[in-house]
Ligand binder design. Structure first.
Ligand code: FB9
Length: 499
């Protein structure tokens, strides 16, 4: 018997209304067309959107059975199942629990209350039947409810208490012709196709109005992290106001040479092994390094110079050629200072960078394997530690951190070096807000920077200030794979390039 094709619901409905037919109850009309109410509802919604039909909503709250209750309609109430499971000689609780699972406990309570079961004197474990037949009221009540019968409030409360029913709002419609009623809706064209042009029927086509309010197709774009973006912009503006120029940081992959060797960081320094640094498998090694400069770096590592005795170890080119994910944006500072050194005559420069760096570190509340490093440097004749402290005061006071303290520190590429601390009124404690120092001559002079030119520099992260400013306790809620993406997507600030 050929499968009956589903009726054209819209055509049937419009014809029915056109012939003066009424639709007082969309549910029964749907079953008269033997289509689901959902199918009819979709047509109703579209026709009423064009006011071809007018709808009156009819709502009713009905009690619906939970899956557990549906199980009892099928298999009997827990108490009934329990009694049915007890053999004439009785059964132990374990046996019954084994047999009935979670139904056992529920059944025991009600069956005992209904005095359907009992126990042998002195043997609380043996469950005995007290009745031959039982009347499974619960099953019967659930069935009646399923058939739409109205039950007493007491029964309803009891079923609600046993979480066997939930309230469901169902809505259906009374329909009548709308102000824009038509017996047959002209299929509005949305496009002039080749077929239309060939058949010529484009002449009497009616076109759908353009919906200029329609949201465009969501385009798969990247999103910036809103909070980081706000703080990044704030810090960027501080640098620009202080006359700094941004360094190009669009290369996450760097060579060990620019990330470490050029910074006079010895090749056996712990930070240079894969415990701290992500080395690349492919491309594993860089192809282009400035030969003459490389020789000078090799020399200063091996035998020193410029008043330094160097490290006195056998410097290896292939170690310097290893590619990695940069561990600090100081690698970019190195490239820019080398480039600056090639520009004669020397001109003082103020540079800053704010971008991602990668460290193979254990992830915890404040550390991820990647974060955004903020770095500032000033390159000029005769700069001193006092100049560094001065510019740090300016920079951090613009960030609202006026009270600073400095603690001597060590970095392979700066001497002297200082950790920077600020007293945070909100947290009522001194917070480490960064690190700083004066780049070593062993780093600067091999580049070709003139004698007497010093470089003061400092660094901090973008995540830490953002966490403190926005009271975010765990960095994983701010950045990285565990961030709530919808939060990000829904924040207008985050839509890349749509500002
Ligand atoms: O950001 C950091 N702390 C910080 C900064 C601002 C801030 O603002 C609040 C609104 C009040 C709060 C906190 N730190 C640097 C300090 C610590 O968080 C530290 O535990 C973690 N550090 C990161 C590195 O972790 C391994 C932050 C990151 C950091 C550290 C050093 C540098 C850059 C980033 C540097 C440098 C440098 C030194 C000399 C020359 C050139 C660059």
């Amino acid at each position: 018997m050929a499968e009956k094709s589903p009726p054209d619901v819209e055509a049937c409905l419009l014809a029915h209304l056109n012939s003066g037919g009424e639709v007082p109850d969309s549910r029964s009309y749907a079953s008269s067309l033997s289509v689901t109410h959902d199918e009819l509802e979709a047509v109703i919604k579209s026709l009423s959107a064009f006011r071809i039909v007018e709808t009156t909503d009819i709502t009713k709250e009905t009690w619906v059975l939970t899956d557990e209750a549906k199980g009892y309609v099928a298999g009997g109430s827990p108490e009934a199942q329990l009694v049915a499971a007890i053999p004439p000689e009785g059964a132990s609780k374990d046996v019954l629990r084994e047999k009935l699972g979670s139904v056992f406990d529920i059944g025991m309570k009600t069956a005992a209350k209904n005095k359907w079961i009992g126990f042998e004197k002195g043997n609380k474990d043996l469950v005995l039947r007290k009745v031959d037949t039982i009347k499974d009221d619960l099953q019967e009540q659930l069935k009646r409810l399923e058939n739409g019968e109205v039950l007493s409030d007491k029964v309803i409360d009891d079923l609600k208490r046993r979480k066997l029913i939930t309230k469901e709002k169902s809505i259906w419609y009374a329909l009548k012709k709308g102000p824009q009623f038509v017996a047959k809706r002209k299929k509005l064209a949305t496009d002039v196709t080749q077929e239309h042009l060939r058949s010529g029927d484009w002449k009497d086509l009616e076109f759908k109005d353009y919906n200029f309010g329609a949201q465009g197709q969501p385009i798969a774009i990247g999103y910036v992290q809103p909070l980081l973006e706000v703080v990044r912009e704030e810090i960027q503006n501080i640098f620009l106001q202080m006359g700094f120029t941004e360094m190009p940081t669009n290369n996450y992959v760097e060579s060990s040479f620019w990330n470490f060797d050029a910074l006079f960081q010895p090749q056996q320094h712990p930070a240079r092994d894969s415990h701290d640094t992500f080395f690349l498998e492919a491309p594993a090694a860089t192809k282009q390094l400035p030969e003459d400069y490389l020789e000078k770096v090799k020399e200063v590592h091996q035998r020193g110079g410029y008043g330094s005795k160097g490290y006195g170890y056998d410097w290896k080119r292939d170690e310097a050629e290893k590619n990695l994910l940069r561990t600090h944006t100081t690698a970019v500072s190195t490239r820019m200072l080398y480039k600056l050194a090639q520009e004669k005559p020397f001109a003082p420069k103020r540079y800053y960078s704010i971008d991602r760096v990668f460290r193979n570190e254990a992830v915890d509340r404040t550390h991820l394997a990647e974060f955004h490093q903020i770095e500032g440097l000033i390159c000029d004749y005769g700069l001193t530690l006092g100049d560094l402290i001065g510019v740090l005061e300016d920079f951090f006071s613009s960030l609202g951190m006026s009270k600073l303290r400095f603690k001597p520190a060590y970095n392979p590429y700066t001497e002297p070096s200082m950790e920077i601390f600020s007293y945070h009124e909100g947290l009522k404690k001194w917070v480490e807000v960064g690190n700083s120092g004066m780049f070593r001559p062993e780093m600067l002079l091999p580049m070709g920077l003139p004698e007497g030119v010093n470089v003061i520099a400092w660094g901090l992260s973008l995540e830490r200030p953002t966490m403190i400013l926005y009271g975010i306790d765990n960095i994983r809620d701010l950045f990285g794979p565990k961030v709530d993406f919808n939060l990000i997507k829904s924040n207008p600030l985050c839509r890349l390039g749509l500002q």
